[in-house]
Design a protein around this ligand. Structure first.
Ligand code: FPP
Length: 246
């Protein structure tokens, strides 16, 4: 078997271009303070701005955050309703600031189960920020990796059924073009806060060669300084994408 050329980054000081974050630990953060879980989610939402703002300083062009998974509907009705209200409030409060800071916002996930008003707000924010290019913020809302691949496969099958595509054309690139993330490069680094070492159905396809950092800090305590520290760890990694060192 021939050895493929190693695809390491040319300079180890290079940071990741696309960082994805599983913002975990809001509930525990609130419980530790004797407050309801939603208090933690509100604190978590406030953290996002600081991290988005830090991205250009570190050469991070794409930031993808996991806000609500396809499994999160199993939480209590109070928590789900509170989170949905928080998403609406976040868009309402942050839209102008995001726009002015040159952030392009896009959402991934299945919108079908989401409240119509929220979906309209998501569409409007995407439209409003479509011309921005400083940082690309992607918010995963009612997102699940398996669900995303299933929906992509269904749409692909439909295209074949309609005769617009042949099964012979189907390769990894074709399938990826049907994913919610078709406009994004693959993540270089996935961070999960709160000490849990799971990927919880996040960007399953896209993270095939991502580096992972599982850190103990609960999301509402995740600061700009901690973000910088985690990014610096990435600089010590050597990515080989399945190849061997030359
Ligand atoms: C996981 O913590 C977090 C979530 C399920 C929701 C993430 C949402 C936010 C950070 C805030 C809102 C986001 C936006 C985009 C406005 P958990 O509740 O599972 O915490 P636990 O593991 O301590 O219970």
């Amino acid at each position: 078997m021939s050895e493929t050329k190693v695809q390491t980054r040319p300079d180890t000081s290079d940071g990741p271009r696309h960082v994805a974050i599983i913002m975990d630990g809001n509930g525990r953060w609130a419980q530790m303070r004797g407050r309801p879980r939603l208090f933690g989610h509100h604190a978590g939402a406030k953290r996002i701005r600081e991290i988005v703002e830090a991205c250009p300083d570190h050469g991070v062009k794409y930031l993808t955050i996991f806000a609500f998974s396809t499994e999160n509907w199993k939480r209590t009705q109070t928590e789900v309703a509170g989170l949905m209200a928080l998403f609406r409030r976040y868009i309402q409060r942050e839209a102008r600031d995001l726009f002015q800071r040159g952030v392009r916002v896009r959402f991934i996930g299945d919108r079908i189960k989401l409240d119509e008003k929220l979906v309209t707000m998501m569409d409007d924010l995407e439209l409003m920020t479509a011309g921005n290019d400083r940082v690309h913020l992607t918010i995963a809302l009612n997102y699940g990796g398996r669900d995303e691949v299933t929906r992509a496969a269904k749409r692909l099958a439909y295209e074949i059924e309609m005769g617009r595509l042949s099964h012979k054309d189907v390769d990894a690139e074709t399938l990826a073009s049907f994913l919610d993330t078709h406009f994004l490069p693959d993540p270089d680094l996935v961070i999960r806060t709160s000490g849990e070492a799971r990927i919880s159905n996040f960007l399953l396809w896209q993270s095939a060669y991502a580096e992972y950092e599982f850190i103990d800090t609960l999301w509402p305590d995740f600061t700009r300084a901690e973000f910088a520290r985690v990014l610096s760890l990435y600089g010590t990694r050597e990515r080989r994408f399945g190849a061997v060192k030359a």
